[in-house]
Each structure stands twice: as C-alpha cells, then as structure tokens.
Design a protein around this ligand. Structure first.
Ligand code: ATP
Ligand code: CA
Ligand code: CA
Length: 435
C-alpha cells in the first residue's frame, strides 16, 4: 500500500500501457464521435469494437508506436452517456489525448487497481478486474437508464469502457470516469464513508506526516462532523442518494462509498500545495514525506511530436465531426478553462461542488465535492464467504461485507444521520444533553 511514484520513461512498461490506452481512446472515440447521431438501440449494448494497432497502420487505424490490440465496449452507449453527462466531445479527447501526459498513482486500494489522471485532472482512468468489467457490461443497460432518468445522479460517471492487450501481455480492462475533485480548489479534507465502523479508521497518528490522507467513518465520527446542509439541500441530496442506492441494491452491488472532499472557504485556496495530485487524490495516504511528489509525469512527447499529434487530432476531429466545430476545437488543453465539467448539474452548482447551507438555506463556509464511488463490486461468492467468516466473530451489522440490501440500508442510514445543518446539530446535542 505504499504510494511511491516511479518515473516512467519509454523503456518502462507503464509508459507503453498508458500510451496504448490513450492511442486507443483517441482513435476509437473519435471514430464513434464522427458518426451521425441516432438513438441507442438494444444491440448497442453488446457491441465490441476491435482495433489492431501497429507501426504500419492501415486505412482504418493510423500507425502507432507499438503493437497492441484495443477494444472499445458499447462505444455508442458511452458516447450517449458522455452526452447525458454534458461533456463536450472535443474537450474530452483533448483532455485525455491532446498531450500524452498522465500522472499515475500505483495501486492505492486493496483491489490492485491503478489510477491515472488526465493532465487537466478532469478524468480518471481506473484499471478494473475482469469480474468488474464483466459486471459493468451486464448492468450497463440499467446504469444507462438510471442516468437518463436521473441527470443528477451521484453515482460514478462512466465515460468509457476499454481493453488493451499487448503482445504476450495480459488483458487490461479500464474505465474512464469523472474526478470528483476540482482541479482549481484546495480540498482540505477527504472522507471515504461506507457506514461501517469495522476497519474504517485512518490512523490519526499518521495524519501528521500525511495531512491530506483520505479519512474514514471512524475519523468522521470522532470529529463529530456533519454534512452541513439546510432543509432544502438536505432533501435534494438525500432524495437523489436514495434513488441511487436503490439501483445499487437492485443490482446486487455493495462495498461502495460516499467520497466527500471538503473545501473550507475560510481557508480558501491560499495553501499553495506542492503537488496537485496530493491535494486532489490521496487515497491510501501512505505517502513518504521525503519522496518525490507521489505522481509523476509520463514521458512528455517532444515538441515536434506534440505538434504532429495536435495537428493529427485536429484534423481527425474536423474531418470526422459532422457538426460545425465549436470554439474549443483549436485550443490546446492548456487553454481550456479550469473548473468542473458540469457546472449545470445540481451537485456541482456552487463552484463545481455543493455548498454547505444553514437551516434557512443561507450559505455556510464549506463546499462539498461528493459522489458515490467504487460501485462495481457485485455481492458474489467471495463476499458471501467473507461474510460467513467475519460473521463467526463479531457483530454482523458492523462488518463491511453485508448483502446488498442491508449494505445499502446501513449506508443510507449513516449518511442521512450525519446530514444536518449546524443549527440542527446544536439542537440535537442539546436534546441529548437534556435527556
Ligand atoms: P478498494 O476496493 O480497496 O476500496 P479500489 O481500488 O476499488 O479500492 P476505490 O475505492 O475506487 O479504489 O478508490 C480508492 C480511493 O481513490 C478513494 O478513496 C478516493 O480517495 C480515490 N478515488 C476513487 N475514485 C475517485 C473519483 N472518481 N474522484 C476522486 N477520487 C477518487
Ligand atoms: Ca473502495
Ligand atoms: Ca473496489
């Protein structure tokens, strides 16, 4: 669980993987974007679009540096999902593939997944296990319908599901999703909440050397923290959360959490942090103080290479997009405005997040950046076993591997219990004291 960045250059295996991921996305997504719009059909959910890349290239795929195979799953569905999430097609490609720069966090979670940020920190690429990949394909229709019916869903926003395979290498599945945290705001504290207390504690002693670690349920409770929302916002938030959790329960999903990033307006953006990655993304928290920033830049292509790539990409976008190009087409990502990609969405309405409010709906001093993450774990046989063994020793409602129905109920219970305005919290404390 140690997050040490290793420099990746052209000789490093991760460079090739990342290069291939981005090349595959660039070619496959622009091909899909080029098509004339039409409705999603049932058949679209089962589509696998395969491309084979090599140095030579052919009329279908441009030449690439390395040999690899790329699969784009349900590309038409994801194109529509990106539309529902209001991403600009050209911006999306530019952020991810305008320059071949990603920062990598080695495997931060227990799961062994790798996380990469797009260079503007808007997007996260997460490698996922085969089982998660299969499961996402299975539930894609339900997910798509849910997003359509719930434009303000708090669930992870999936923008693409892909696979790369290098010669003699194993298959690597990955999703592209939203980074919940904004690139332009300091996140002063991060919590990953499941509504469970077992093992849900970040060692407070370690906070000193790693003040921006992701804290957990017990740390939250110890601080007597609240998600400070007045009546109106509280209702909006809990109503959406209930709908989202209901879907997860129906699909047999568990182990997800509510990720909350807190920007404290009193502290503002003053603390010029050494490393952006540290402030926006610090999951495991075990970052050695003296090490280099825990992210690293993948090798930056030479200027010439960049110019060539930018030209190529522009040409591709211009040639393949049926609609007239918006003003974004000729801008490089450097010039893209900072901020959240969905300012119009309910929970991103205040500077990309959801500002705390008092009981009477007047604004309070924090902005929350929040969403439900890690929602591809199906309550399968492994979890059942885990439940069995843990169940032998301890309170069954306090262990994390609960069946989906109970998991969701406990999750909702916990989150609604901590969502209240300052005024409500004070009243609650007084009532407790009086009793
Ligand atoms: P595990 O299964 O052990 O929990 P995982 O590899 O599935 O790990 P996640 O739970 O998805 O990983 O994420 C781990 C951490 O990464 C989160 O606690 C959070 O700090 C960060 N993270 C994950 N997804 C996002 C996101 N969309 N935006 C911002 N941060 C994220
Ligand atoms: Ca998790
Ligand atoms: Ca996981």
């Amino acid at each position: 669980r140690v997050l040490v960045g290793t420099k990746v250059d052209e000789t490093h295996a991760n460079w090739v993987t990342a290069y291939n991921m981005l090349t595959g996305i660039r070619v496959s997504v622009s091909r899909t974007n080029a098509k004339l719009d039409r409705d999603v059909t049932l058949a679209d959910f089962d589509v696998k679009q395969k491309s084979t890349f090599d140095i030579a290239g052919n009329e279908l795929v441009p030449s690439a540096k390395y040999d690899f195979k790329f699969k784009d799953y349900a590309p038409w569905v994801f194109r529509n999902l990106r539309g529902l999430f209001r991403l600009d097609p050209a911006d999306y490609l530019m952020s991810l593939t305008g320059k071949y720069i990603l920062s990598e966090l080695g495997s931060p979670g227990k799961s062994g997944s790798f996380f990469y940020f797009s260079r503007d920190y808007k997007y996260i690429i997460k490698t996922i296990h085969h089982a998660e990949h299969k499961f996402l394909r299975k539930i894609l229709k339900d997910y798509y319908n849910h997003v359509k019916a719930n434009p303000n869903t708090l669930l992870s926003q999936f923008y693409g599901l892909h696979r790369v395979k290098m010669p003699y290498g194993k298959k690597i599945h990955f999703v592209v999703m939203n980074n919940l945290f904004p690139p332009h705001r300091d996140i002063h504290q991060t919590f990953d909440l499941k509504g469970s207390t077992t093992g849900r504690d970040y060692k407070e002693d370690d906070l000193e050397k790693n003040p921006r670690a992701t804290l957990k349920d017990l740390n939250w409770l110890r601080r007597k923290r609240k998600l400070e929302l007045g009546l109106q916002k509280k209702q909006m938030f809990l109503e959406q959360l209930q709908k989202d959790v209901k879907l997860l329960q129906r699909l047999g999903i568990m182990d997800y959490s509510l990720l909350i990033g807190i920007h404290d307006l009193r502290r503002g953006n003053e603390e010029n942090l050494r490393d952006k990655t540290l402030r926006v993304f610090n999951p495991g928290g075990d970052i050695p103080e003296e090490s280099e920033p825990n992210s690293f830049l993948m090798r930056t292509p030479s200027k010439l290479e960049n110019q060539r790539k930018a030209r190529e990409l522009r040409q591709m976008l211009q040639a393949e997009r049926p609609v007239p190009m918006g003003q974004t087409s000729n801008r490089m990502p450097d010039e893209l405005e900072e901020g959240h990609s969905r300012p119009d969405a309910l929970f991103n309405q205040d500077d990309g997040g959801f500002q705390a409010t008092h009981e009477d709906n007047t604004p309070a001093d924090e902005i929350y950046y929040l969403g439900v993450i890690d929602c591809l774990t199906h309550y399968g046989i492994i979890k059942k076993l885990e439940n069995f063994w843990k169940g032998l020793s301890g309170d069954r409602t306090q262990i994390s591997a609960l069946p989906p129905q109970e998991y969701g109920d406990r999750f909702l219970n916990f989150i609604s219990g901590i969502t209240m305005s300052q005024e409500e919290a004070v009243r609650e404390a007084q009532e407790r004291d009086a009793a």
